[in-house]
Design a protein around this ligand. Structure first.
Ligand code: ZN
Length: 700
């Protein structure tokens, strides 16, 4: 089941960069994979094509993927390791190992899952069917939220933006099935067609649900778990409404929710998402939705104030539930239930869910093998238990020390970079350094592992396990409310191939999954390690100072520490980056959104620059030697470029360009190097070469 926690758009992730390890047969002195190069291309004309041409030609996208890059390759390697761990765990071990093994084994038991159809949803379907008026919605919405169903809005816990030492409740927009609010309103032919396909998908899912559960509560039936066989005969007759009508109903409700939602660019402004509200004020916003009942239903502790991110959304939600016939609300809730549960249900649901969310939206040709999906769900639901075993196998203490050393070098470079800026006054520089020195480095895995003993996992009950795991996580979030922020907690699991900066915690987080060969290789050519791993570390550090991060102080509070002139100087420089990236084409007629991607582009540019500074400092006056015919600086840039080699399907490129804050890999390479004079110098590019900008953008 997908977990519907509050997703902060400003907790930015780099979608990973991975160092390319030399492949068998591609011997090199430096460790660079020379087979990835396309030497027929001039690096000064198109550096991405030069560094990644071999990948583009020789690494086709596997049928079960929508993109294939060096990051995905490492992810597949990690999954194979996890599979072995899970196969062993499913044979037994200590209590926690058994829990992980039982979860995985239940997920892998496809014949049992298929035999049960959607009968495990019968109890919730009955509760939805019993909803007789909108005023009875709060306890039902609460129960749906705790099992991971995204009904109408989302609710969770997060540090108070302006008092980041304390965790508070947070109520946010939500309740839609398309990737973002704009999908409901774009009127280009592709978007119109996609909405038709979505309607078709919703209709099919509702029809499937109708064939495996009874859609009206049958008070004479004693048990619900054996409903599978008799359900098919009763479903269509009891609903009355056709499934096409159901889909239209869902679309109408989701469109109303989308209309009141902020778009992805508006959500980059933390001030726009911060509205400290008392429960009484929230109740006044939504007179028809009883929050006392809802808060009791989700098990929230007493709340004196919470963050209602988008007040207008909740006003619209109230309007919606009073103006919508209760039968339509029931239809919408049934859809949200089956949608959130789809991947844990029988094959017809899994296939139909893939047909829309995998094939139509991202262009994948076939479903991932079951074991890969089960590894992924176990990681999602029991990540720190599974992660413990992963760390034991794949992350020695020396790896943690090596990474920490590199992080400290990058921090020194960032300090030198800030001190040397021409556009910032000393007053703001002082504040920036205070913030930089306060950044905490979290590497590999948590110091204190999550305790899963309260989570019950039953072998053979995949759906129950998923629902209980969601309840466990929801309860964990509720337990954080009103307490001091624990900055030791992680938002990614140890095997994850990714990293993040958290603006409310002012820390950088590098899971063990990305801190291993081929990403960072102990003893490898420093130019390669700094070009790839160093640039990612620099990227995360720079996030503390991008268009969002710069608005938070050393303690993670949303607090302006800039002089007005320095803030303006920042904005002018950021605008250069916005304009530059807005001119790039992501796919077909879709341009890169320069405002949406600003924070990531600033982090990419700053990250590469401070990684280069750190590298040059580390090699000292000797300057390093030429290997494989490349100077140290050339190897640094090639390593950076190769960390982004990726082949993507156009459907995925389109979706990411419309929703994701990262630029396409191609521009993460060419956009950055064309701003850096050291690149032009390293490759002796002429002043008028495409990879040399007349107006180079630089923030940090
Ligand atoms: Zn990032």
């Amino acid at each position: 089941m997908h977990r519907h926690l509050i997703a902060f758009v400003f907790v930015t992730l780099p979608l990973t960069a991975v160092l390319v390890e030399a492949q068998p047969g591609a011997k090199s002195e430096s460790g660079l994979d020379l087979s990835l190069l396309d030497r027929s291309v001039d690096p000064c004309t198109d550096f991405y094509a030069y560094t990644c041409g071999g990948w583009t030609k020789n690494q086709p996208i596997p049928a079960d993927r929508s993109s294939w890059g060096v990051a995905e390759r490492l992810q597949e390697e990690n999954e194979s390791r996890l599979r072995k761990i899970l196969d062993d765990a499913s044979k037994g071990g200590d209590a926690e190992t058994r829990k992980v093994g039982d979860y995985y084994a239940s997920c892998m038991d496809e014949s049992r899952i298929d035999a049960r159809g959607a009968s495990a949803l019968q109890p919730m379907v009955d509760k939805i069917a019993a909803l007789s008026a909108a005023r009875d919605l709060p306890p039902l919405a609460a129960e749906l939220h705790t099992i991971g169903v995204g009904a109408f809005f989302s609710f969770g816990a997060e540090a108070d933006f302006k008092e980041a030492s304390v965790v508070r409740a947070i109520a946010d927009q939500g309740g839609i099935g398309l990737p973002d609010r704009d999908y409901y309103f774009r009127d280009d032919p592709k978007s119109v067609e996609l909405r038709k396909q979505y309607l078709d998908h919703v209709g099919k899912m509702m029809a499937l649900l109708g064939t495996t559960v009874r859609l009206k509560p049958d008070t004479t039936a004693a048990a619900t778990s054996t409903a599978t066989t008799s359900a098919a005969t009763t479903s269509a007759a009891t609903t009355g409404a056709g499934t096409a009508g159901d889909a239209e109903t869902v679309m109408k409700i989701e469109t109303a929710l989308a209309k009141a939602s902020l778009d992805v660019v508006a959500r980059r402004d933390p001030a726009a998402l911060y509205h400290r509200t008392t429960p009484a004020e929230l109740q006044a916003l939504t007179p028809s939705f009883n929050w006392t009942q809802y808060l009791a239903g989700v098990g929230a502790p007493p709340i004196d104030t919470l963050n209602v991110t988008v007040p207008d959304f909740f006003k619209a939600f109230d309007q919606l539930i009073v103006s919508t016939p209760v039968a339509d609300i029931r239809t919408y809730l049934r859809w949200q239930l089956v949608h959130a549960s789809a991947v844990t249900l029988s094959k017809p649901f899994v296939d139909e869910n893939f047909r829309f969310y995998g094939a139509t939206l991202t262009g994948a040709k076939e479903l991932r093998p079951r074991w890969k999906r089960c590894v992924q769900y176990t990681d999602s639901d029991l990540g720190e238990a599974l992660g413990k075993a992963f760390v034991r196998e794949a992350f020695p203490a020396s790896a943690k020390e090596d990474t920490l050393k590199m992080v400290r070098e990058l921090e020194s470079s960032m300090e030198a970079d800030i001190k040397g800026l021409s556009w910032m006054t000393d007053t703001t520089k002082q504040q920036a350094l205070v913030k930089l020195h306060a950044v905490a480095n979290k590497i590999g895995y948590p110091d204190k592992w999550r305790d899963y003993s309260a989570l019950q996992i039953i072998r053979g009950d995949a759906m129950g396990n998923s629902q209980r795991a969601n309840q466990f996580e929801f309860r964990r979030q509720m337990n954080r409310i009103g307490k001091p922020l624990d900055k030791g907690e992680w938002e990614m699991t140890p095997p994850t191939v990714n990293a993040y900066y958290h603006p409310l915690q002012n820390n950088i987080n590098f899971p063990a999954g990305i801190l291993q060969p081929p990403f960072y290789k102990a003893g490898a050519d420093a130019a390669i390690n700094y070009g790839a791993a160093g640039s990612v570390i620099g990227h995360e550090l720079t996030h503390g100072f991008d268009d969002e991060g710069r608005q938070f102080d050393a303690q993670g509070n949303l607090k302006d520490w800039w002089t007005a002139d320095d803030a303006k100087a920042f904005d002018d420089r950021a605008q250069c980056t916005v304009d530059q990236y807005s001119a790039f084409t992501a796919v077909d007629d879709v341009k890169v959104n320069g405002k949406l991607t600003l924070g990531e582009n600033v982090a990419d540019n700053g990250g590469l620059r401070i990684a280069l500074m750190a590298y040059l400092t580390s090699v000292g006056s000797s300057g390093g030697k030429t290997l494989d015919g490349f100077t140290p600086e050339q190897r640094f840039f090639i390593s950076y470029g190769q960390s982004w080699c990726t082949n993507s399907r156009p459907e995925r490129e389109r979706m990411l360009a419309q929703t994701n804050p990262h630029s396409p890999p191609h521009y993460r390479v060419n956009g950055v190097v064309s701003n850096v004079p050291e690149f032009a110098k390293a490759f002796s590019c002429k002043a008028n070469a495409p990879m040399v900008r007349a107006t180079a953008c630089r923030v940090w």
